[in-house]
Each structure stands twice: as C-alpha cells, then as structure tokens.
Design a protein around this ligand. Structure first.
Ligand SMILES: NC(=O)c1ccc[n+]([C@@H]2O[C@H](COP(=O)([O-])OP(=O)(O)OC[C@H]3O[C@@H](n4cnc5c(N)ncnc54)[C@H](O)[C@@H]3O)[C@@H](O)[C@H]2O)c1
Ligand SMILES: O=C(O)CC[C@@H](O)C(=O)O
Length: 525
C-alpha cells in the first residue's frame, strides 16, 4: 500500500481521500528539515503547502518518493530540477485557490481606497477621525493588471463588475483573449502611466523579479496604489518604501514578501501601507478545494498511474493510464533496443505511432521511448527526466502520428538518425497487451523483448543455425525462444534469441568467429 506524508497544515479532507483511495497517510507538520530528512525515506508521496521546503537535500533522503503534491499554485518551495533528476513527479493544483486569491486582491484594493485598517485602528482607539480618512471611488478608475492568467483574469472580471477600466500587461496574452476578458492589452510603460491601481498576478521569474523597480515606480501616476498577492520579489520593497514616503505611491498592500515569514520590514508602520501574512489562498473554500485536488491527483498517480497537473511530466488521466501502460512498455523496449544497437551521437529520435497507437496521448509514449533509449547511457533516467536528458544531449525529438492502419492495427516505430543514416525498429501489441517487436532495421522479425537476449547478424546460408546452436550448447547456454528474419534469401539475416543467462564476452568472441557472422551482441530488457 503506498504511503503519503502530509507535512503542512491541510484540510482533513486530504487525509480522508487518501485513506478512501487505499493510500496510507501520516500527518506530521512543523518538522525541521533535519527531522523531515530522517523520516522521508518511508514515503511514496509528500503532500505540502508552502511551509515545507522540498530541497535537494530532502530529495536525496527520499529513497521511495515518487510524487510531491503542492496544495496550491506556486511551487517555488520545491526544487523541481532536483525532483526531476530523481524521477519524482511534482504536481500542483492550479485552479483551486484562484477565486479566493483574486478576491483577496480586490479586498486589498478596497482597503487601500478607503484606508480601512487605519480607520479601524483610529476608531477603536476612540479618535473618531472622520475628516482624516478621505477615500477614493473605484468606479471609472483604471486598474493595471500585471499578469493576466488564472487569477489575473478573475480580478479583471471582478474589477469590470465594479465599473473599472482594466488595462493588462502580459507578454503571453493574445489580442483575442484580451478582447474576451474585456481588457486593453498595453505595454508595461503604458500601464504604469495610466493605472490608478496596479495589481500583480505573475509568478516570480527572472523576467518578473522587481518588475515594479524604482525606475518602474517612477513612471507611475502620482498617488498610484499597488497590490501584490502573487509573490514577494515582484515589487522592490526598498523602492516601494521610498515611494510611499515621497507620496509617489499613494498606498500599497502586500500579501507576499521577499522574506517570509516577514517578521520585520522597513515597510511596516508606513502610512498607507497594508500587509497580510500570505493569506491570498486562505479561505475555507480554497483550502478544501486544494486539499481534495491534491489528494485525488496524488492517489490517482500512486494507485493507477494517472498524472494530472504535473510540472515535470506529461499529463495522463487515470482512465488513460491502464490503456497506455502496455504501450509505454512497448515504447520503452523499442527505445532500449535502438539504444543498445546504435553507437555514437544521435542527433534525432522519432516516435511514429500508427493505427490505434496514434489515437493515444503521445507524450507519455515519447517519454517512455526516451527513458528506454537513454537507460543504455545512464541508469538514473526515468520518464520524468528523460526529455530533459535528451535535450541536454542535443537529441531532437520528433513525434509523428498516422491514424490509418498499416500491416498492424496498432504500431509504434522508433527511428534514430545515426552517422550511417536512419535506423528504425517497430513493435505492436498482441491482444492489446503484450509488446512484440515486428521489425528490426528494415527486416521483418517477431520477438518478445524480455530478459537477456542474443542478437546475431549473419549471412543467410545453409547450416548456420546448426553451427550457432552447437556453439551455444558447448557453452551450456540454454535458448528460451528463437526468432529469425532476413532481408532476402541469401542476404543479411538477423537472429534474436532469448537466453537463460546474460551472454558472456567469451561466448560472443566465439560466435563472432563463426563463418558468416557479421555481428553478435548480448542485449538486456
Ligand atoms: N498570495 C497567495 O496566497 C497566492 C495564492 C495563489 C496564487 N498565488 C500566486 O499568484 C501568481 C499567479 O497565479 P496564477 O494562477 O494566475 O498563474 P498563471 O500562470 O495562471 O498566470 C500567470 C500569468 O503571468 C504571466 N506572465 C509571465 N511572465 C510575465 C511577465 N514577465 N510580465 C507579465 N506577465 C507575465 C503569464 O503569461 C500568465 O498569464 C503565482 O505566482 C501564484 O503562485 C499566490
Ligand atoms: O498555501 C498557501 O497558503 C499559499 C498558496 C499560494 O501561495 C499559492 O501559490 O497557491
């Protein structure tokens, strides 16, 4: 039974779902990294929010870990390259808290417009300062949206409902989507010059870090109000403090900080500054949503191999997984066969699916092929890191589909470009389940690729099979299955034999010395 650790505070629904799905679950929160390292080896899955930092050091101790599930959106607390290198799938729940976070941004916008926290503190201090707190209306004001993805688009929708004009800066926003959202797509400088309120909804990346820098803030309308419910580091906190002090910025509300937990900040106690402790996602509804989603996704993966919302692996639904499983075995075996039979740099690898195979999700097939192919070069490869390793090795990966059936109702062909030209192998599924090789470098040959095998290329001539059998018998090698194919009578022939034990170097030398033998190699599947 797979075992999951929930290491951050999470709605109890998550543990309930794990148990209902046959996954054992422990809830142990508040551990130090050292304490987590000491126990993580027991678990197949780790469910987290933002407190647990899944570092390389933690992953190095996670000997059984297969999946990390983030109940939320941002995965900046997970070392994804280290997880990928280890073959650990990282999933998030990209939509469960979007509405809640958008509502928090709108709440902060209102709070800034009417100075609600300061008015509250003053009133409760018995001051009744009616003349001190003069607010502004949101109606007809311009909201500058930096980042128009899931949360940004909900914010835009709510802001339009408040009769605001919304201008958006997002390099990936298409003109059509901008029209659909009812926003005007603008450049960053235009947004800075026009917005009365600016709200940020991007991830923290090299291109967004300090997107509201001192220079950017200097280009804003005097008195602009800024809201950040996305990630600390999007706004330069030092520049913001100076701009609040000078009045260039009329108010700012931060839910997120460069350093979290933010126990001290030069911004604290600045007039017109509001802060919340990373509460964007903190509503009952959002926490139930993300807890249910993360538990369902992780249970799907651990129980039936379904992959949803993974950041380092192609998606695969729980319904698709059983159907794809034999295809992935076939693809991995074909990739492995090509990998074992080719040497030298491979600039290109293609996976061509025909017939029924072409109707399937191709990404997992391609990842499985690459994993099989690269396993002959490194034993740390798996379906998660195979595409990255292929890219690092300069292999161009192509995916081709032909829905029309050829000789087989379903076929997967793996071709590689080598210094000697294109070489390909192809296989099918017998009874929709059993992977079977049907073609090897242009020669028709049917074989199960399993266990230790012997591969021999020879000149097709009478008596050869007898001589080969004798040589194997003399060495005490037992043949399990025997498969034969040839280009044409008297031409090049291929033999694939399954043998009970791996073929020794001595035996290979003896086989290579037989008349007519061009190649003899041991293979393993
Ligand atoms: N405060 C919280 O508790 C809380 C809760 C949920 C999400 N978040 C954070 O909110 C952010 C947005 O989440 P989302 O679900 O909308 O993400 P999303 O991926 O749907 O949208 C992000 C948008 O940013 C855009 N973008 C990327 N680079 C950009 C750039 N250089 N300039 C302008 N736009 C750029 C993308 O094109 C995309 O449209 C994430 O960082 C997420 O972690 C915070
Ligand atoms: O889990 C949380 O409270 C914050 C989540 C939020 O930052 C996210 O990116 O989803």
């Amino acid at each position: 039974m797979p075992k999951v650790l929930i290491s951050d505070k999470m709605d109890p629904k998550a543990a309930q779902i794990f148990r209902e799905r046959g996954v054992e679950v422990d809830e142990i929160t508040g551990k130090t990294p050292e304490e987590l390292m000491a126990i993580i080896g027991e678990y197949d899955g780790l469910a987290i929010r933002s407190s647990t930092k899944v570092t390389k050091a933690i992953l190095d101790h996670a000997t059984n870990l297969k999946v990390v599930g983030r109940a939320g959106i941002g995965v900046d607390n997970v070392d994804i390259p280290a997880a990928s290198a280890k073959g650990v799938v990282v999933m998030n729940t990209p939509f469960g808290n979007s509405i809640t976070t958008a509502e928090h941004a709108i709440a902060l916008m209102f709070a800034l417009a009417r100075q609600l926290p300061e008015a509250d503190a003053s009133t409760q201090a018995g001051k009744w300062e009616k003349n001190r707190f003069m607010g502004v209306e949101l109606t007809s004001k311009t909201l500058g949206l930096i980042g128009a993805g899931n949360i940004g688009s909900i914010v835009a929708d709510r802001a339009r409902g408040l009769k605001m004009k919304v201008v958006a800066f997002d390099p990936f926003l298409t003109p059509e989507r901008a029209v659909e959202m009812g926003v005007e797509k603008v450049t960053l400088d235009e947004l800075l010059a026009r917005a009365d309120f600016i709200t940020l909804h991007t991830p923290l990346t090299d291109s967004t870090r300090n997107i509201l820098s001192a220079e950017a803030i200097a280009k804003t309308k005097k008195g602009v109000r800024i809201i950040n419910c996305a990630r600390g580091g999007l706004v330069d906190e030092v520049a913001l403090k100076a701009a609040l002090d000078s009045g260039q910025v009329g108010g700012a509300a931060l839910d997120v900080f460069v350093e979290e937990p933010a126990k001290a900040s030069p911004l604290f106690n600045t007039p017109n500054f509001i802060s919340t402790p990373h509460l964007g996602a903190s509503t009952t509804e959002a926490q139930v949503n993300v807890a249910i989603q993360v538990a369902e996704q992780m249970a799907d993966f651990l129980v039936s191999g379904g992959v949803t919302n993974a950041l380092n692996m192609p998606s695969l639904s729980a319904e698709e997984a059983p159907k794809l499983k034999p295809y992935m075995q076939l693809a991995e075996k074909l990739g492995s066969l090509v990998g074992q039979l080719t040497t030298g740099a491979i600039p290109r690898l293609s996976v061509h699916s025909e017939g029924a195979a072409a109707e399937l999700n191709q990404k997992p097939l391609v990842s499985a092929t690459l994993a099989g192919f690269l396993r002959t070069q490194t034993d740390t490869v798996n379906m998660v890191n195979a595409p990255l390793l292929a890219r690092d090795r300069g292999i161009e990966v192509r995916e081709v589909r032909t829905e029309r059936e050829g000789d087989y109702h379903t076929l997967v062909r793996v071709s590689v470009k080598t210094a000697d030209g294109e070489r390909s192998v192809a296989g099918t599924l017998f009874g929709d389940q059993a992977p079977r090789l049907v073609e090897l470098f242009g020669i028709k040959i049917e074989a199960d690729l399993a266990g230790p095998m012997l591969y021999v290329v020879n000149e097709d001539a009478p008596g050869f099979i007898g001589r080969l059998g004798t040589a194997l018998g003399e060495e005490g090698v037992n043949i399990g299955t025997f498969h034969l194919g040839r280009r044409q009578a008297g031409g090049e022939a291929v033999l694939l034999l399954s043998v009970d034990e791996p073929v020794s170097a001595d035996l290979l030398a003896k086989l290579k010395a037989l008349p007519g033998v061009k190649t003899a190699m041991g293979l393993a599947f």
